[in-house]
Design a protein around this ligand. Structure first.
Ligand code: HEM
Ligand SMILES: CC(C)=CCC/C(C)=C/CC/C(C)=C/COP(=O)(O)OP(=O)(O)O
Length: 310
């Protein structure tokens, strides 16, 4: 029996429901939530909420929104990992996750994921508003039902994945009572475009693992030199004018635009460095730049928005 066959069987084996609750088990559930991406998503929700409410900001509705959206996000990540046990098992980056390593069973994650997602959607419908509940459900469907299976078929999956990825600040915005208008669209557009250099650099870094696992995150298994670099440069360039839209739609002022311009130029420089020399080092630096860009941009946008009301 091959190692791969043996490890597939390991997924079915544990009678996890019979295991006592322990710190290690709680840690497995925490890992299932993809805590770092989820934290960034919830920070984006909170900032989107503040942008959408401005002078009528209050804490309790924000806590309700974070709780409900957080549950849906946990449901998204659990069900995503449930659909990817086999490919996660084949990649060193993900093989240690609770499902492929057999620390959590399929049935318990299925129940946990569905329960979290449904509770989150109903909670949002009851305690926040119907629009936020509906958009959270749409985010779940796009991420779990469309993006996740599409990863095995076409690299276009990433463009689809960038739609749920751009939803967190919009969910915060609608939770605060904001309408889906040009202002909210400008935030969606920024977050949508930001993701391309972010995941392209990641997909390039792990291209051999993705290929081995049968996931088509890049247009080619072994992309032509500079192809991914050019894609990063094009998206980072497009992001610069789009990141200036918030001032154009009166969501923010010139301080925001100045910071957005500096961040955008930095993101472009890191993309150009990656294009000029496609190495693990330049890819990692571009990923780091993406992870600094987003929170700094959203925090500045929120701060500047609040200044307009003071
Ligand atoms: C199509 C969209 C996206 C894809 C394919 C993607 C993919 C990934 C992958 C595979 C990693 C792990 C990198 C590693 O193991 O070295 C990662 C890291 C990260 N991503 Fe994304 N991501 C996307 C969108 C987002 C969004 C929307 C957010 C925030 C709201 C985000 C936040 C993060 C953070 C904070 C990390 C670093 C922490 C970690 O490695 O877990 N990503 N991303
Ligand atoms: C309701 C709500 C706020 C939901 C969360 C939305 C969100 C932040 C989605 C992330 C987007 C995305 C495509 C991540 C990569 O997943 P992947 O499966 O490619 O990553 P992996 O390879 O690490 O599993």
């Amino acid at each position: 029996m091959s190692t791969t066959q043996q490890s597939y069987i390991a997924v079915e084996e544990p009678k996890a429901a019979a295991r006592p609750i322990s710190l290690a088990r709680l840690a497995d559930y925490l890992e299932l939530t993809k805590p770092r991406i989820s934290t960034m998503a919830l920070i984006s929700v909170a900032l989107g909420y503040t942008l959408g409410s401005a002078h009528s900001w209050s804490l309790l509705p924000l806590i309700h929104a974070l709780f409900g959206i957080g549950l849906v996000a946990v449901g998204c990540n659990s069900l995503n990992q449930l659909l990817e046990i086999k490919s996660d098992q084949l990649m060193p980056r993900t093989t240690g996750r609770p499902l492929p390593s057999g620390r959590l069973s399929v049935s318990e994650v299925l129940v946990f994921g569905i329960l979290c997602a449904l509770t989150g959607i109903f909670y949002l419908a009851l305690m926040v508003n119907l629009l936020t509940a509906f958009l959270s459900m749409l985010t779940l469907v796009l991420y779990v039902v469309v993006y996740t299976p599409l990863k095995r078929c076409t690299s276009f999956c990433t463009t689809i994945g960038a739609i749920p990825g751009a939803m967190p600040p919009i969910l915060g915005w609608t939770a605060a009572g904001g309408n889906l208008n040009t202002a909210s669209f400008s935030i969606f557009a920024i977050m949508f475009l930001w993701q391309f250099p972010h995941f392209l650099a990641i997909a390039w870094l792990y291209r051999h693992q993705y290929h081995q696992a049968g996931l088509k995150m890049l247009p080619a298994a072994d992309p032509r030199p500079r192809m991914i670099g050019w894609m990063c440069v094009i998206y980072a360039t497009l992001l610069i004018p789009v990141s200036l839209l918030p001032q154009y739609v009166s969501l923010a002022g010139s301080v925001y635009s100045g910071v957005a311009l500096v961040l955008g130029i930095a993101y472009l420089i890191f993309s150009i460095r990656f294009l000029g020399n496609e190495t693990r080092k330049t890819a990692r630096e571009l990923i780091w730049c993406s992870l600094i860009y987003l929170p700094v941009l959203l925090i500045t946008l929120t701060w500047d928005r609040l200044q307009l009301f003071n």
